[in-house]
Design a binder for this molecule. Structure first.
Ligand SMILES: NC(=O)c1ccc[n+]([C@@H]2O[C@H](COP(=O)([O-])OP(=O)(O)OC[C@H]3O[C@@H](n4cnc5c(N)ncnc54)[C@H](OP(=O)(O)O)[C@@H]3O)[C@@H](O)[C@H]2O)c1
Length: 347
């Protein structure tokens, strides 16, 4: 068995990694660490993780984490890079935070600030690229992987096939996405209280300032082989988990709607986790909950010459914890799908 340590185990992303690791046939849970909650029982934070309930959270130090074969960092951005730097090179380190995702230091400075850490192989195996390859090719055997952000996973997989096929204009992309509140992490904040969120929706990070904007642009640029700009607006939805991203782009010239849909169906025909739904069915977040899946549907609006793609994911599963274990499978040369659920818990 391969041991997997989780830093940030008291948080939402760390808890999801542990939930999935418990069901993974090749992994056994090693150290579980936290910050302010170090010294407390894991079961206090994640009562659902019954088999690990009596584990005591340790301090998050490289020495404690280095005792495992795989380390998943589920920490606030800025916290993972210094820890990762101190881990031995042979340990597989998978970072759920943003520290190693962006290749452009200027984008890091503009959207995050502080020191730009070296980019790592980006953990979105299904991402189609302009040269016809997939991102998974650079993940096999990797020892460092940057797990994508949750919105970028949904938005990038929604539009990348159109860019890889040269069908979309690079400067006319609009993404509006709703996320459940777990996307904001476990921090206590008035706007995340049930009284504020239940029965209400609101946008945030409006006007091109959300931190996931440059990551979506980076991915779509890789797919297009040319720089792509994106207008991205996130919204907060009254649900604990799930993302529904509605993504539109303008096609370069008028196309047949059926042909357009085929581009997406063919791009993901062999992908075990990405499902282009039967024509007429639209994604529901509930169908992806707890599963490492993306549900997509594509339509063409000939009046505006726009393709409209709706994508649903569970932000904690395919949006982070499941993606992390999918990358661990690739890094360890295990079957990519090993131990990962594909059936959601709807309704
Ligand atoms: N939530 C999502 O849907 C999602 C999706 C994709 C990616 N991510 C990324 O995953 C990471 C974790 O997010 P989250 O939602 O799980 O956040 P969270 O619920 O707030 O959990 C944060 C975790 O990090 C620990 N921590 C906080 N500051 C630390 C520090 N300075 N050093 C070491 N540990 C520290 C916390 O420990 P204590 O409890 O002891 O304070 C907690 O275990 C973030 O980078 C986030 O962007 C999250």
């Amino acid at each position: 068995m391969t041991t997997i340590a989780v830093a940030g185990a008291s948080g939402y992303a760390g808890g999801e990694v542990l939930r999935l690791a418990l069901a993974h046939p090749a992994l056994t849970v090693g150290a579980v660490t936290a910050s302010s909650n170090a010294g407390t029982r894991l079961g206090e934070h994640h009562p659902n993780l019954v088999p690990l309930g009596d584990r005591v959270l340790e301090e998050t130090t490289p020495e404690i984490l280095a005792g495992s074969d795989v380390v998943v960092l589920a920490l606030p951005h800025g916290a993972s890079a210094p820890i990762a730097e101190a881990l031995p090179p042979e340990v597989v380190v998978v970072d759920c935070g943003a520290d190693h995702r962006l290749t452009d230091p200027a984008a890091w400075a503009a959207f995050y600030g502080g020191e730009h850490a070296a980019p790592w192989p980006y953990g979105l195996p299904e991402l189609p690229q302009a040269d016809g390859s997939r991102q998974r090719e650079i993940l096999a055997g990797a020892r460092r992987v940057a797990v994508p952000g949750c919105y970028p996973t949904a938005a990038s997989l929604a539009l990348a096939p159109g860019f890889a096929a040269g069908l979309l204009e690079p400067d006319d992309v609009v993404v509006v996405a709703a996320s459940g509140t777990s996307g904001a992490g476990r921090k206590v904040a008035p706007h995340l209280l049930a009284t504020e969120v239940a029965g209400s929706m609101t946008p945030y990070g409006v006007g091109g300032v959300h931190r996931h904007t440059p990551e979506i642009e980076q991915n779509l640029s890789v797919a297009a082989g040319t720089p792509v700009t994106v207008s991205f607006t996130p919204t907060l939805a009254p649900m604990p988990r799930g993302i529904l991203a509605t993504c539109t782009g303008r096609v370069v010239s008028d196309v047949d709607g059926e042909e357009l849909r085929k581009v997406w169906a063919e791009a993901y025909a062999d992908e075990p986790f990405v499902h282009v739904l039967p024509e007429g069915s639209w994604p529901r977040t509930a169908d992806t909950l707890g599963a490492n899946t993306v549900h997509l549907q594509v339509a063409y609006d000939p009046r505006t010459r726009r393709v409209v793609v709706a994508a649903a994911i569970d932000n904690l599963t395919k949006g982070t914890g499941g993606a992390a274990l999918q990358c661990v499978n690739l890094a360890l040369d295990l079957p990519e799908t090993l131990g990962l659920p594909v059936v959601g818990v709807a309704p």
